[in-house]
Design a protein around this ligand. Structure first.
Ligand code: SAM
Length: 447
């Protein structure tokens, strides 16, 4: 068999696409290797969301060039969002790259690689293509937990974001295809799925007849053997009372919600074209916590958006305190080509963005530590996913609210079991706990 090495940057959707590509190429007799130097084909799956992500790719391509010089028959490909956004620029800056293709072309990866080999010249495919559900996965993919893409694209047109240009219009997969994929994964040992979409809570609007994420939760919930459902990423603009009710009522949907705020200032939110105000966002948080009191909330925040004043930034800090997030992803605004915000006046200096980022992280650390501390002494459900990184004599897993928990096993507890533990210690990045139920009882204890 020939050898394939895949390097993945960026979000969960890219991880998912990399798995599909490896699965499809397996059908063409390519097996995965961890070692780039052994590979006959190297694919770099790229992210274009921030300039730093693109810089990383070009520096990696620079490293890979040495392998290409040693072995000219090696095929080097660049796929994903940066390929779609930068198109010819990739080959201009890295002329030794043989293949450039965007996410619409993932289904045709085998054919594209063959063309490079046959024609012995660079190939680029960044055209739009119909949405195809690809379920191929390499044998090395995690059995226990899996990502499942339910829709592609985004039509929100936030002024800072390249995603509408890299991933195209919103297109949903049919619920039957998604349920069939989940069934297949569960038959292979999967216990937890994360339903993926750039605006996953806009799922189904484009289907005939239209559907929505709440309906999809119910259908996926019915898959026997599946223990948990997660989903990401949601946009506050599309968060409906029906979805909030489904989060409360559909038993396998976990009490974990990623709801990007981006800024706490109404003025900045309007300039970002987010479509909601801070008051509307706070109303959504109140409705969510009313429906699911134990909900863990996480968010994305951007600091240094063009024109962000000290008062705007303080409004973001204040929202972190007010919402009491469990986790926050903070990003310095990055000027992306072709986006309206890149052309706005009053771009903020990098040093000021760095200062604001550090101030934000200090508040985030305090707020998230306080949220974690509340878990001490509580009983929580854990899906066991392996042994503890620190102590091989202990098991590790995640709570429904997505916290890592380490605990001493017992009663035959094994990977894939759902057990109940009592939290004894709260650490910055994990919890320690003691087992309180054996697996069989715990499986029934999920809502
Ligand atoms: N679709 C989601 C939404 O809009 O709510 C977000 C998906 S995006 C892949 C992940 C995060 O990257 C965004 O929520 C945002 O915080 C951040 N991001 C996107 N564009 C950015 C930019 N130009 N500069 C800095 N951060 C950015």
């Amino acid at each position: 068999m020939a050898k394939l090495h895949v390097i993945t940057y960026g979000c969960q959707m890219n991880e998912y696409d990399s798995e599909r590509v490896a699965g499809l190429l397996r059908e063409q007799r390519y097996e995965l290797t961890e070692n780039a130097a052994d590979a006959d084909l190297i694919l770099v799956n790229t992210c274009a969301i921030r300039e730093k992500a693109e810089d990383k790719v070009f520096s990696k391509l620079g490293e890979l060039r040495a392998l290409k010089v040693q072995r000219p028959e090696l095929v080097l490909g660049v796929m994903g969002c940066m390929a779609q956004l930068q198109q010819g620029t990739v080959q201009k800056r890295a002329p030794y790259v043989d293949l450039v293709f965007g996410s619409p072309a993932v289904a045709r990866v085998g054919e594209l690689v063959e063309r490079v080999r046959r024609e012995r010249r660079p190939v680029m495919d960044t055209a739009e293509a119909p949405l195809v559900k690809i379920t191929a996965r390499p044998p090395s993919a995690s059995r226990l937990k899996a990502y499942v893409t339910v829709m592609e694209g985004c039509e929100k047109h936030c002024t800072f974001c390249v995603v509408p240009r890299t991933r195209g219009r919103e297109r949903s997969h049919a619920p039957e295809a998604i349920v069939a994929e989940v069934r297949g994964l569960v038959a292979d040992g999967c216990r937890e799925v994360t339903l993926l979409g750039q605006t996953v809570n806009a799922y189904g609007r484009d289907l005939t007849p239209p559907s929505d994420l709440a309906e999809l939760f119910r259908r996926v919930n019915d898959v026997e053997g599946l223990a948990r459902i997660r989903f990401t990423t949601s946009n506050p603009y599309n968060l409906t009372p029906k979805l909030i009710a489904a989060m409360r009522d559909v038993p396998k949907v976990c009490e974990w919600f990623h709801l990007p705020l981006q800024s706490g200032s109404d003025r900045v939110l309007a300039r970002m074209n987010r479509g909601y105000t801070r008051a509307e966002y706070l109303d959504l948080v109140a409705a969510l916590r009313d429906a699911v009191p134990e909900l863990a909330l996480s968010t994305d925040l951007i600091v240094g958006f063009p024109g962000e004043t000290e008062a705007d930034f303080e409004a973001t800090l204040e929202m972190v305190e007010r919402v009491q997030y469990d986790n926050v992803f903070a990003f310095r605004y990055s000027r992306r080509p072709g986006t309206p915000a890149a052309e706005m006046d009053e771009q903020i200096a990098e040093e000021e963005k760095a200062r604001r980022n550090a101030r934000l992280l200090a508040v985030v650390d305090r707020v998230t530590a306080a949220r974690s501390a509340r878990l001490a002494g509580h009983e929580v459900e854990v899906l066991v996913d392996g042994v503890s990184k620190r102590n091989v004599g202990e098991l590790s897993g995640r709570t429904r609210c997505n916290r890592v928990v380490n605990f001493a096993g017992g009663g035959g507890t094994a990977v894939g079991d759902v057990v109940t533990v009592r939290v004894t210690d709260v650490m910055p990045h994990s919890l320690r706990a003691t087992l309180t139920t054996v697996p069989e009882e715990a499986v029934c204890s999920s809502r």
